[in-house]
Design a protein around this ligand. Structure first.
Ligand SMILES: NC(=O)c1ccc[n+]([C@@H]2O[C@H](COP(=O)([O-])OP(=O)(O)OC[C@H]3O[C@@H](n4cnc5c(N)ncnc54)[C@H](O)[C@@H]3O)[C@@H](O)[C@H]2O)c1
Ligand SMILES: [Zn+2]
Length: 373
């Protein structure tokens, strides 16, 4: 095991550390000790995650028999205030006091819910994330956004609540289902596009090793991605501007998700399509050089198979984008890349360009023979 990398994240009034590296969860007990004494460690997780990582992580945490492991269901349907209530009640019954330490073990759903529980139980108790999906390792566990959904919409109730530490171990991803893994890789590609040309080139050269979950290659790209997210949120915790570049590919992606009632795509799969569309749009708008657009599309295509672009009318997708929070004054607002490794927001993208992209983008995953036919 090579030495874990420690990345510092700045949040309002505090700092916390991301500890990244293959095997760090096996040393979890030691890392948690750095946080000082706690009256108890309370694991919050889901049955499915715990089946996958529980045995190894219990050893890493030196969990003793009888130490509380509190379960919630995962999946987007479990991201509710009812789940928050039942977790808080379980903590209370298990005797968690103000010096308790909550350890959230799971993907973004467990992390977002457990984070909100940590922010509100007894007005705030210590929180550590042990993310177990690729999305959670490079995105949701970093930056302090926590929360749950309402029937009226996603993530409508929540809090900014930074964890004390995040233990990021790529070995925990071995059991992750392939679609979840590929979806997470889309977000990793995103970091290359928006902030790190060298990461992008590394992905181009090593995507097969990464898809095969080679521990070294995976550790490298996860650490780079986590560092980029850490840098962006350290500068802009409350999403006043810079943090917006993290939405590259997401305007199209959200429209695809919403037009298919959130059933067809795993989030990252929609973002993968969204990044190809954003590359094309960037090129149409004379912002993204042709060669960079081609490289983005070629790399994302290697995430195949993706569910096909849905057979919905472009006008329908445009309406879905119009509802997206990224619109201002009637103009469509997009994050685009003026060069690989850079991104910024463009406010006045003309509608006809977006319409053209929506007509062409559905063909971007077709085999080359068809494209040239
Ligand atoms: N807070 C943020 O900044 C932020 C950022 C991005 C996404 N999110 C949120 O994250 C959520 C999505 O998170 P996700 O993509 O991690 O999905 P998820 O938490 O729903 O996990 C996906 C599936 O993988 C399973 N799983 C998790 N780890 C596993 C493992 N190691 N082995 C086998 N199976 C495993 C889970 O049981 C689940 O069925 C959404 O609710 C989204 O809103 C939050
Ligand atoms: Zn995303």
């Amino acid at each position: 095991m090579s030495k874990p990398k420690q990345i510092s994240v700045r949040a309002a009034g505090c700092r916390y550390t991301l500890v990244c590296g293959a095997g760090v969860s096996g040393q979890a007990h030691r890392w948690l000790q750095e946080l000082g004494p706690a009256t108890g460690r309370f694991i919050l997780t889901s049955p499915r995650v715990w089946r996958a990582v529980g045995p190894a992580l219990s050893r890493g945490l030196r969990l003793r028999k009888g130490q509380p492991v509190i379960f919630m269901k995962d999946g987007e349907v479990a991201k509710t205030l009812q789940t928050v209530e039942s977790l808080c009640r379980a903590l209370s019954r298990a005797g968690a006091d103000r010096q308790a330490l909550l350890v959230a073990v799971g993907g973004g759903v467990v992390g977002d819910v457990a984070g909100f529980v940590a922010a509100s139980y007894l007005r705030g108790v210590k929180l550590v994330h042990v993310p177990t999906t690729l999305v959670a390792q490079v995105d949701s566990s970093i930056g302090g956004k926590t929360g749950v959904n309402l029937p009226e919409g996603k993530n409508l109730v929540g809090a900014f609540y930074p964890p004390r530490q995040v233990l990021i171990d790529p070995l925990l991803l071995r059991t992750l289902p392939p679609r979840e893994f590929r979806g997470g890789l889309a977000e990793v590609i995103k970091y290359g596009v928006i902030a790190d040309k060298a990461l992008f080139a590394y992905l181009e050269a090593n995507i097969e090793r990464i898809l095969a979950r080679d521990a070294r290659a995976l550790s490298h790209v996860i650490t780079r991605s986590a560092a980029i997210k850490a840098r962006v949120v350290s500068r802009d915790e409350r999403e006043s501007g810079l943090r917006e570049i993290l939405n590259y590919g997401h305007t199209f992606g959200h429209a695809l998700e919403s037009a298919t009632a959130y059933r067809r795509f795993q989030h990252g799969e929609a973002v993968a399509w969204g990044m190809m569309a954003a590359a094309l749009l960037g090129h149409e708008a004379r912002i993204t050089p042709a060669q960079d657009a081609a490289r983005i599309i070629a790399l994302v295509r290697r995430l195949h198979p993706l569910p096909a672009w849905p057979a919905v009318h472009p006008a329908h997708l445009l309406r879905a984008m119009g509802r997206d929070k990224k619109t201002r004054g009637g103009n469509l607002r997009f994050v685009l890349s003026p060069a690989l490794g850079q991104a910024r927001t463009y406010d006045a993208i003309p509608l006809p360009l977006v319409e053209r992209v929506l007509r062409h983008a559905p063909h971007l995953m077709e085999p080359p023979a068809k494209i040239h036919a």
